[in-house]
Design a protein around this ligand. Structure first.
Ligand SMILES: CC(=O)SCCNC(=O)CCNC(=O)[C@H](O)C(C)(C)COP(=O)(O)OP(=O)(O)OC[C@H]1O[C@@H](n2cnc3c(N)ncnc32)[C@H](O)[C@@H]1OP(=O)(O)O
Ligand SMILES: N[C@@H](CCO)C(=O)O
Length: 395
């Protein structure tokens, strides 16, 4: 095999990997175009999903889980790429707070993502090549509109609950705002009704790192047979710091040296924290598409629920009959409690039913992905009370 054909095989393989869903899919054809916030329509498009549990006869027991920035549909099953447990197996499963013996749990890879749903690595039917940056910019509302079509596909009129953290929480708020009558209960964790200036700033650093990598090739790296590994890895390293807290970093690593007794007076990973970040950066590249990272971060940046209502966040929830549970963590400086409190106040002002729980944790933003018993008990209590109100559980 020549060098060129090897490169081409790798490219084909990468395109196939990027578009291989490892999950059931629903294809929405030309008869079902998706209107996007950018003003264009996307057609055709595909959503890949995972489901757990059984949909009941009247289709009233469905819970939609919305994943975060670099998450995917593999909530409660072994991840097909990393081989790791599902990212929310602590919360979702038989007998767990989101009980798959009782509820039909659905999670789809978001539109614009890279694990089977249409994203920048998917083939553009007009060119026969990966979309790359020719895919229109996707917003949180677009992701939710696509999910609503998936819910229609299952014949579900109203979701019993929508649950998500971080970017998943943004989708929850969007669902409850734009599709209010289709959501009985909503749980929004470690999130906000808009992306802050500081958060946009961190995302921009990450995107610039990806785009500055010569292997990025103006976004056409799949066809070139390259991967902007260094750029994406640096982007993840910077972002990962924002998911942790100073206390947690100090506890885990302090100023400990990595596999050595003394500093090297060079630029190797002398400190454990450097080694850890390099590991987090490089392992991320193995599971995520660089262009999808650009699209996902942009979707979060553009999210501003109040802006769609002339600056009045309460208006986003006017007349809502949805019950809300809003959860924040004390050490989350990416989506601090103040952002959740703003949402809770807006819901109060709109006359909606809302519980607000601030959880004491020193593990930063990513606490929502970790074993946090208080979060589990808050969600468990909220789901059970909502299930009783909906008649899914005996009083
Ligand atoms: C919906 C979703 O959001 S899903 C997508 C979310 N997933 C992620 O963001 C994955 C990356 N993020 C993380 O790992 C997050 O820190 C968490 C919160 C999800 C997990 O946190 P923790 O369980 O505390 O794991 P921790 O942050 O300590 O990382 C452990 C990894 O770092 C490695 N590591 C730890 N110390 C070092 C070190 N000094 N040098 C190199 N590697 C190190 C471990 O070997 C381990 O590797 P593994 O994941 O391959 O087993
Ligand atoms: N660490 C999680 C949360 C980010 O908000 C992720 O990468 O999706």
């Amino acid at each position: 095999m020549t060098k060129a054909s090897r490169a081409s095989a790798t490219t084909d393989q990468k395109i196939q990997e990027a578009t291989n869903p490892h999950s059931p899919v629903v294809d929405f054809g030309a008869d079902k175009p998706l209107p996007l916030d950018s003003g264009v329509s996307l057609s055709p498009f595909r959503l890949a999903y995972q489901s757990y549990g059984e949909l009941n006869a009247d289709k009233s027991n469905a819970i939609l889980i919305c994943h975060a920035l670099t998450g995917d549909q593999h909530v409660a099953n072994v991840h097909p790429v990393t081989g790791k447990p599902g990212w929310w197996e602590t919360l979702v499963g038989p007998g767990k707070p989101v009980d798959t013996d009782r509820y039909f749990v659905l999670c789809s890879n978001v539109l614009g993502g890279c694990l089977g749903s249409t994203g920048p690595a998917s083939i553009n039917p007009e060119t026969g090549k990966p979309y790359a940056l020719d895919l229109p910019v996707i917003t949180i509302a677009d992701m939710v509109r696509a999910q609503a079509m998936l819910i229609d596909h299952f014949g579900i009129k109203q979701l019993f609950a929508v649950i998500g953290g971080s970017m998943g929480g943004m989708q929850v708020l969007e669902w409850a705002s734009s599709h209010s009558d289709r959501v009985f209960a909503a749980v929004a964790i470690a999130t906000g009704a808009r992306h802050s200036s500081q958060n946009i700033a961190f995302h921009e650093v990450g995107r610039q790192a990806v785009m500055a990598d010569p292997e990025w090739k103006e976004g056409r790296y799949l066809e070139a047979g390259t991967v902007p590994r260094k750029g994406l890895s640096v982007a993840r390293m910077a972002a990962h710091i924002t998911y942790l807290s100073e206390v947690a970093l100090h506890r885990k690593f302090g100023r400990n040296l990595q596999d050595r007794q003394n500093v090297t007076f060079g630029f190797d990973a002398d400190f454990q924290i450097e080694s850890y970040l390099r590991y987090q950066g490089m392992s991320f590249v193995d599971r995520f598409d660089p262009n999808a990272y650009l699209y996902m971060t942009r979707a979060m940046d553009y999210f501003d629920l109040a802006a769609e209502h002339e600056g009045r966040l309460a208006d986003a929830f006017a007349g809502s009959k949805t019950r809300f549970c809003i959860v924040s963590f004390t050490s989350d400086w990416l989506f601090p409690t103040s952002e959740s409190r703003t949402v809770a106040h807006a819901l109060n002002a709109a006359g909606a039913s809302v519980s607000f729980v601030e959880i004491e944790s020193d593990r930063g933003h990513d606490a929502f992905l970790l074993d946090e018993p208080e979060m589990f008990s808050a969600i468990n209590g909220f789901i059970r009370s909502a299930a009783r109100a909906k008649g899914l559980l005996a009083q």
